[in-house]
Design a binder for this molecule. Structure first.
Ligand SMILES: Nc1ncnc2c1ncn2[C@@H]1O[C@H](COP(=O)(O)OP(=O)(O)OP(=O)(O)O)[C@@H](O)[C@H]1O
Length: 332
């Protein structure tokens, strides 16, 4: 059964649509990386999925059960923006409060387990007020993990963590997905961490899910490859295919020829022997950052930011919506 599904999910604030007709689904064990520029709507999408905000339109289902507006599910664990931590309680007590509220049968052992899993066991008895940013983040993660949720919604979980903490959280999430089949939806700007963790990606751009792809597809798109630019590309392509039958040549839309399975030397020699004049012979590199920056809408100013080209534009949803009711969000 699907762990999480949303269909045509839309959220507008005073007529401005910041999550626009988003549909996605996670299977158990999926780790889905949500990427997008600042203001793309990632946190808002996670809040609607978590039931913190009512959708303007669309549905959310967890474990096959369709949730009502602002309904949360016992199967969901969330770390979205600042975790709700009582600074006067110890880390352990904070998680214990959550464990008791959930009615866990063996709360003490379960709290101890999650405190250890997030690397807080040594400071579990310290009051949360004295926690560093990274410790607070770990505590937020412990709060999300208590009760063994089937689905985790994590907004920037690596924020504030030191390199060891980042590695620890990454391994923890990978283990939860692999061992327990937990489905994880994680938004992050730390692409190199996502790259080591996720099985699928979704790209959010101005509230719309503009692309979804598997980690393998991203890896293939980001692989370095040899590229040849010649004057008469079709003739050169035919010649190369004949001269180097073990290699694979692909004509690109810009008439460059992409080469797999042959070195620059061999290709250069073959072109020289056939008297083809070469304009360029180079290795094309594209890293994950280039790949996603393109999909996210380039590196221009953030929509809504001061000085941004579209700073004052009024955005309407692709899908129809009604004005949202006030739902307790302080910024609504
Ligand atoms: N309660 C609210 N009322 C009005 N506008 C809001 C509210 N919450 C978010 N927004 C707006 O919605 C847009 C998307 O914000 P959101 O925080 O979801 O983006 P994000 O992709 O998480 O950004 P970042 O990467 O910077 O965290 C922003 O323009 C933001 O100002």
């Amino acid at each position: 059964m699907e762990a999480l599904r949303c269909e045509h999910l839309t959220r507008a604030f005073r007529g401005r649509c910041v999550v626009d007709d988003v549909s996605l689904a996670l299977e158990p064990g999926d780790i889905y990386g949500l990427v997008g520029r600042n203001g793309a709507g990632k946190s808002t999408l996670l809040k609607v999925l978590a039931g913190y905000l009512a959708p303007t339109a669309g549905t959310v289902a967890v474990g096959g059960e369709v949730l009502g507006p602002c309904q949360t599910s016992a199967h969901l664990g969330c770390l979205i923006e600042h975790p709700a931590v009582n600074p006067g309680l110890t880390g352990f007590q904070n998680v214990m409060v959550r464990a008791l509220a959930q009615g866990l049968p063996n709360p003490k052992a379960e709290v101890a387990e999650v405190m250890e899993a997030v690397g807080l066991e040594a400071v579990a008895g310290h009051v949360a007020r004295g926690y560093s940013l990274g410790m607070k983040q770990r505590l937020g993660l412990a709060l999300a993990l208590i009760g063994r949720p089937d689905v985790l919604l994590l907004d920037e979980p690596f924020n504030g963590l030191d390199p060891e903490g980042v590695r620890q959280v990454r391994c923890l999430l990978a283990d939860l997905a692999l061992q327990r089949g937990c489905a994880v939806l994680v938004s992050s700007h730390v692409l190199d961490q996502l790259e080591r963790l996720v099985t699928r990606y979704g790209v959010l751009r101005e509230g719309r899910l503009v692309a979804q792809m598997t980690a393998q597809e991203v890896e293939e798109a980001c692989t370095d490859y040899l590229c040849v630019e010649v004057a008469e590309a079709p003739r050169a392509l035919a010649m190369l295919e004949q001269a180097l039958p073990e290699a694979v040549f692909t004509m690109m839309p810009d008439d460059a020829i992409r080469v797999a399975g042959a070195t620059a030397d061999t290709v250069g020699d073959a072109l020289l022997a056939a008297n083809v004049s070469v304009r360029g012979l180079y290795t094309h590199t594209r890293d994950i950052e280039d790949y996603f920056v393109d999909l996210m809408g380039g590196a221009g100013p953030v929509r809504g930011a001061p000085g941004g080209a579209a700073g004052s534009e009024t955005v309407t949803c692709a899908s129809s919506f009604t004005e949202p009711s006030k739902d307790g969000d302080p910024r609504a």
